[in-house]
Design a binder for this molecule. Structure first.
Ligand SMILES: [Zn+2]
Ligand SMILES: [Zn+2]
Length: 417
């Protein structure tokens, strides 16, 4: 105890909650006899005898009925007392809690009883979902919030709903406000492509979410190095900024190699080709991957917080950011500030990856393509991109009459793997 006052504990609050047996209901006589013993020192002999009579009446009368209700309540709850304790004994009580409830009083050691131990993150999202939706409306009261199956199931729902929301929100915004719809006249734009991209994404997402949820579950159970308190950051705020930069560089490097590996002839056809079905992409192609491909390329994001310390909120922010980025490199908007053209792997670079396959595998930066010898200056920067092609077709007025000839001329540049 003395040590705990000054040293943080290794354990997290409620860490062992699942292994505890349900709170038993003591039998009625036992409770009443304890009650009598407890009031005895405060009463005169006469008062005590009177109290005992009332207690006896209670035991033989309504007490039985109430006790039965208690047993019924305990059948469907792991802890039949918790809610009453919180509300009746703690929150509703209008007397000073320091004197009457928190006997320990305020002291620094309180923090150590609830140590902000590293390792819980999806719990942020899960707690909000539990509090506002799952606990009041979805799950039966008998399913406690820290039940593993309940957590897995909740994570599955939250991950899928979140992924769909991000996909349609950012994909939709980008499609309507950024994506140049004239690209749909490009000869390599497929029939019903948008619908096919969306359908493919929606079919893959639930499968991708299964291994993803397993990793989120490991985070919720405290196996990652995520922390929620800035005090736990190795270098304070500077550490948080450092981790954002290292997250981007680490995932950029890992995705580059995973992506290159997916282009190996052993894997390409089976797993990665579906994403290359789209040659001139729309923002909705951003998540249209074979499930194995999609999961493999998202793996670096999940691995990072198991290797390096990372702030929870930063992680959530980065996770949303990478999703937006993925949408943006498929949006066909090639504009980049000139000084970043050589550094940032943007939509122009990724478009050439879809068209010419063996170049520009990167995600955010051109760094690894330059190191790995796969960098190609985007064709659109050289006046030869899909936009230029569509413009030429329009100018020539040949799009309907000589479409095929143009298509052939075009594919001489772009291989059709
Ligand atoms: Zn590829
Ligand atoms: Zn792509």
């Amino acid at each position: 105890m003395a040590n705990h006052t000054f040293e943080p504990l290794e354990e997290r609050t409620f860490q062992y909650q699942n292994s505890l047996p349900p709170l038993p209901v003591p039998n009625l006589e036992e409770s009443l006899s304890k009650y009598c013993d407890a009031v005895k020192p405060f009463l005169s002999q006469e008062e005590f005898e009177n109290t005992c009579k009332i207690v006896k009446r209670f035991e033989n009368g309504i007490g039985k009925e109430l006790h039965q209700k208690l047993i019924e309540r305990a059948r469907v709850r792991k802890n039949w007392l918790e809610e009453w304790w919180l509300n009746a004994a703690y929150l509703d009580v209008r007397m000073p809690s320091q004197l009457n409830v928190n006997f320990g009083g305020p002291a620094s050691y309180l923090e150590h009883y609830w140590p902000s131990k590293n390792g819980v993150t999806m719990d942020l999202v899960l707690n909000v979902a539990d509090y506002y939706v799952f606990t009041p409306y979805v799950y039966p009261a008998s399913w406690s919030e820290d039940n593993s199956f309940r957590q897995l199931f909740s994570l599955f729902l939250v991950t899928n709903i979140g992924a769909l929301a991000i996909y349609f929100l950012f994909g939709g915004l980008s499609y309507y406000f950024v994506f140049d719809h004239s690209l749909m006249k490009h000869p390599q734009f497929l029939e019903n492509q948008v619908r096919r991209e969306i359908k493919f994404s929606m079919q893959s997402m639930p499968w991708i979410s299964i291994p993803t949820v397993a990793l989120f579950f490991a985070e919720v159970r405290g196996y990652s190095r995520l922390y929620d308190n800035i005090d736990s950051s190795p270098y304070g705020w500077f550490g948080v900024i450092l981790s954002m930069i290292s997250f981007l560089f680490f995932t950029d490097m890992a995705i580059y190699w995973i992506h290159r590996f997916l282009h190996h002839k052993l894997f390409y056809k089976r797993f990665h080709k579906p994403h290359h079905l789209w040659k001139v992409t729309t923002p909705f192609a951003s998540h249209a991957f074979h499930p194995i491909d999609g999961f493999m390329q998202s793996l670096p994001y999940h691995i990072y917080p198991f290797i390096f310390p990372l702030h929870k909120i930063t992680y959530l922010g980065l996770y949303i950011f990478v999703n937006i980025w993925t949408v943006s490199i498929h949006d066909g908007d090639y504009r980049v500030p000139t000084f970043l053209k050589q550094i940032i792997n943007g939509s122009a670079h990724h478009t050439d990856h879809h068209l010419y396959f063996d170049f520009n595998y990167g995600q955010y930066f051109t760094l690894w393509d330059k190191i790995g010898g796969s960098y190609k200056n985007p064709s659109s920067f050289e006046g030869n991109g899909p936009h230029d092609h569509c413009k030429k077709l329009k100018e020539d007025g040949e799009s309907s009459r000589n479409g095929n000839a143009n298509y052939q001329k075009f594919t001489e540049n772009g291989k059709n793997k």
